[in-house]
Ligand binder design. Structure first.
Ligand SMILES: O=C(O)c1cc(=O)[nH]c(=O)n1[C@@H]1O[C@H](COP(=O)(O)O)[C@@H](O)[C@H]1O
Length: 237
């Protein structure tokens, strides 16, 4: 592990809002609408491919925490050099796919920087049947556990997984790894394309260090109220 996160993130930092927008202008408007209660943002592929890397730098310069969700996966040289370049931006987290070659290369590329690497185990939109269809011999639980073990052995900082796998993975990897869960749905909200979902409160109780939430906040009539309700749920849990 390059270094541990402080034990237990500050409560407000446990909520990472996914800025899944096509342009920085729309993402900037959402940040303004959310106000000061949200301090951690995820810039993913949609925004990154529309000018989001400069926008991520703008967020960082304004004092926000930024998670760059680029889900890197390529030959080792390319992954290592991409990670070294991303590390210079000053983001806190970067996702890579949790394949052993990719994780080892990413670790080498990010070495000596403050960037924390998160290995994506099995996407929260996947079920056992989806993995089978994609040619995997493992079901979700077995593949998540296998990748979690490999990430720990390689020394990756943390993992992206669904809240359903949290207790077993935490037992396997120990307390130091950063466990981040998307697929978060407040009670009554629609799952959309997510298949492995959990409420904010249940995910925190299951041991999540950070929750990634997009549409339940960004598509809400009042995004600030939606974010504050999730923060209250986190605090109560
Ligand atoms: O790496 C991620 O952040 C990620 C991994 C995963 O397994 N599932 C997943 O939903 N995500 C991301 O988390 C966010 C979830 O968004 P909502 O479903 O709108 O809450 C999206 O930005 C996804 O790209």
């Amino acid at each position: 592990m390059t270094s541990a996160e402080p034990a237990g993130a500050a409560l407000s930092e446990k909520l990472i809002v996914a800025l899944d927008f096509p342009t920085p202008a729309e993402a900037r408007a959402m940040v303004a609408a959310l106000g000061p209660s949200v301090c951690f943002y995820k810039v993913g592929m949609e925004l990154a491919y529309g000018g989001g890397l400069s926008f991520a730098k703008e967020l960082i310069d304004n004092g926000a925490q930024v998670f760059l969700d680029l889900k890197l996966h390529d030959i080792p040289t390319t992954v290592a050099k991409a990670c070294a370049n991303v590390a210079r931006l000053g983001a806190r987290f970067l996702t890579i796919h949790a394949y052993p070659q990719t994780m080892a290369a990413a670790k080498q590329g990010a070495a000596g920087s403050a960037l924390r690497l998160l290995g994506v185990t099995v996407m929260t939109s996947y079920s056992d049947a989806d993995l089978h269809e994609a040619g995997y011999a493992f079901g979700v639980e077995d593949l998540v556990m296998r990748r979690a073990r490999q990430a720990r052995e390689i020394g990756i900082d943390g993992l992206i997984l669904s809240a359903e796998e949290l207790p077993a993975v935490r037992r396997e990897v120990g307390p130091a790894m950063i466990l981040v869960t998307p697929g978060i749905r407040p009670a009554g909200s629609s799952a959309g394309d997510q298949k492995r979902i959990m409420t904010p409160s249940a995910a925190i109780k299951a041991g999540a260090d950070y929750l990634v939430v997009g549409r339940p906040i960004t598509s809400a009539k009042d995004p600030r109220a939606a974010a504050e309700a999730i923060l209250a749920e986190i605090a109560a849990a």
